[in-house]
Design a binder for this molecule. Structure first.
Ligand SMILES: *Cc1c(COP(=O)(O)O)cnc(C)c1O
Length: 351
């Protein structure tokens, strides 16, 4: 089965061998306060920074998921008020989880076919959260818009959810203070490991707020990360696999180029069908890593069924678009050959 699901998604073919290597190397049995773990953690974070071009003075923390990162931000980086921009299901969920912890947060919904309007928030707003790549509807917010938010709101923290784009496209990390992701999307790894990336300003804010009510309070994570450790036993297998994959992949500049070329190829290919259309018409906000294709309900159902019969798994539509769209992950672990097979299938079965 070739998976085009945008998460969990196709893992890199090397992952199996790396799992075996992890098991025989002994790393999975070491204590997370040991020298061996510290060496793995330090190496992984340094590789991540160098492959993804993360600024040297930013900090990286291991978590269990992107969802956990949402909660860490809400509990440890917001005293009372934040704004959450969204045009889709993941952004809305982030707002809702934050609201449960901090009832004064405010939603800022925006339209599907437009980038969010850059604005200066009220003085008492501590953080503005946005989803860089909205996996539910295949839209993205550009580096330059994120940077404009930061420039317009110098006393605010800017937080960006890049769960389905980090390691796929080049993110300008300097443009925001907090970035979050998990590895089961563009990293091509099994689920169970999240990444939280913080600017010096975000670290300073966390230390000022000094929230210590949770096992994963950012204050604790910061303290332990001084010696490359975590506040609880981390997913050592996940970290090991991440380090091995990072060693293998090229710099994000190269991957970014490939992913954008493939996205252009997909859009061009899909435009030749009269029964299919991209959910998002505005090309400048269309995601590079998650393509959302619209058809009528019957046709969507038929395509998904036929594809499964041929060993191809497209992603189901999400939320509002569950029945009349399907999604195609354009993640780096998907090969040229996989794409060719899917396109041949579509050519044969759709008009
Ligand atoms: C998948 C996804 C999440 C949730 O990730 P988990 O690792 O399952 O918590 C959050 N935000 C976006 C944009 C996603 O695509």
């Amino acid at each position: 089965m070739i998976s085009f699901y945008p998460g969990p998604s196709k893992i890199y073919p090397e992952v199996g061998a790396f799992m075996q290597e992890a098991a025989t190397s002994g790393i999975l049995s070491v204590n997370h306060r040991s020298k061996d773990f510290v060496a793995l953690s330090e190496k992984t974070i340094k590789l991540l920074k160098s492959k993804l071009l993360i600024p040297e003075d930013y900090s990286v923390f291991f978590t269990s998921s992107a969802t956990e990162c949402w909660e860490i931000i809400a509990q440890s980086l917001i005293k009372e008020k934040s704004l959450h921009l969204y045009n889709g299901a993941f952004g809305e969920k982030w707002f809702e989880y934050t609201q449960k912890l901090k009832p004064l947060v405010r939603p800022v919904p925006f339209g599907l076919e437009k980038s969010p309007e850059v604005f200066r928030a009220d003085e008492d707003i501590e953080l503005i959260g946005m989803v860089q790549n909205e996996t539910s509807n295949g839209t993205q917010i550009s580096n330059s818009i994120i940077r404009s938010f930061r420039e317009q709101n110098p006393s605010c923290l800017i937080a960006a959810d890049a769960t389905s784009s980090m390691a796929g496209i080049h993110l300008e990390f300097e443009a925001a203070d907090v970035w979050l992701a998990s590895v089961q999307k563009c990293f091509g790894l099994p689920a169970g490991l999240g990444l939280l990336i913080c600017s010096p300003k975000a670290i300073q804010r966390a230390l000022e707020i000094n929230e210590t009510n949770h096992y994963n309070s950012l204050t604790f994570l910061i303290d332990k990360m001084k010696v490359w450790q975590t506040s609880y036993t981390p997913n050592v297998l996940g970290i090991f696999l991440l380090s091995r994959i990072l060693e293998n992949i090229p710099s994000i500049i190269e991957t970014d180029k490939l992913i954008r070329e493939r996205a252009t190829g997909w859009n061009h290919f899909l435009s030749s069908f009269s029964h299919l259309r991209p959910l998002i018409q505005a090309e400048d906000i269309r995601s590079s890593t998650v393509m959302v294709v619209q058809a009528n309900e019957q046709e969507t159902e038929r395509i998904k069924k036929l594809a499964l019969n041929e060993g191809i798994l497209p992603g189901n539509g999400y939320g509002t678009w569950a029945k009349n769209t399907f999604r195609i992950a354009n993640f780096p672990a998907i090969s040229e050959q996989d794409i060719k097979l899917f396109q041949q299938f579509l050519q044969k079965n759709i008009s």
